[in-house]
Design a protein. Structure first.
Length: 206
């Protein structure tokens, strides 16, 4: 009888360990898109991308390089954002939020002619001048594409730590974004945003 009782206690204890809530350093982690309490997981969620994007843009806008010397808007090329995590991540979940926030300020405009987000549209439009099908007054003219002033690029990294008792694990994420100026090649801004998640070693994000 004692053996049965002991086994029951162990089973309940293990179950409690496995159901241990994941705690995140993201202050908005527990909120869903509706503003109500939501699930917190080891993996990256919309609230993580939203938090990191807002913080990175805010830091850039507070820097002395956010405004273009002489006025006008910076033309920005989207560079590569490396996913250096164990998960399949669509990095556009992060960069799209950053682009929207930056464009709304009126200080930035993003190009679709160069960079990782260049579109086939611009390239195809250049070929129309060779076709007799198209009114040549309406096709793209030489010398009209605007070159980017800046490139925005970066990476998302992850480390997994397990405590000595093998009971808890902590995932450390790093959102690292940089801005490089075209003419000088200088890195004029960098934002480094960590997010840590702590929970049971019995639960996994993968």
């Amino acid at each position: 009888m004692k053996k049965i009782a002991f086994a029951t206690v162990v089973t309940l204890a293990l179950a409690g360990c496995q159901n241990m809530a994941v705690v995140s350093s993201n202050p908005n982690a527990g909120l869903s898109s509706t503003g109500k309490p939501g699930m917190v997981s080891f993996g990256l969620q919309n609230t993580d991308f939203e938090y990191a994007a807002k913080k990175a843009v805010q830091e850039f806008l507070e820097s002395p390089y956010a405004r273009k010397p002489g006025g006008g808007r910076w033309v920005v090329q989207m560079g590569e954002v490396v996913n250096d995590t164990t998960f399949r991540i669509d990095t556009a979940s992060m960069t799209s939020r950053m682009k929207i926030a930056m464009t709304k300020t009126g200080q930035f405009i993003f190009t679709g002619a160069t960079g990782t987000e260049r579109t086939q549209f611009v390239q195809d439009s250049r070929q129309l001048s060779k076709s007799k099908m198209f009114n040549q007054k309406t096709v793209a003219r030489n010398g009209t594409v605007i070159a980017p002033d800046l490139e925005m690029l970066g990476g998302i990294r992850q480390r997994t730590l397990v405590d000595g008792a093998q009971k808890q694990q902590q995932l450390e994420y790093e959102f690292d974004f940089r801005v490089v100026e075209r003419d000088t090649g200088l890195e004029i801004f960098q934002s480094f945003i960590p997010i840590e998640k702590l929970g049971s070693n019995q639960n996994f994000a993968w």
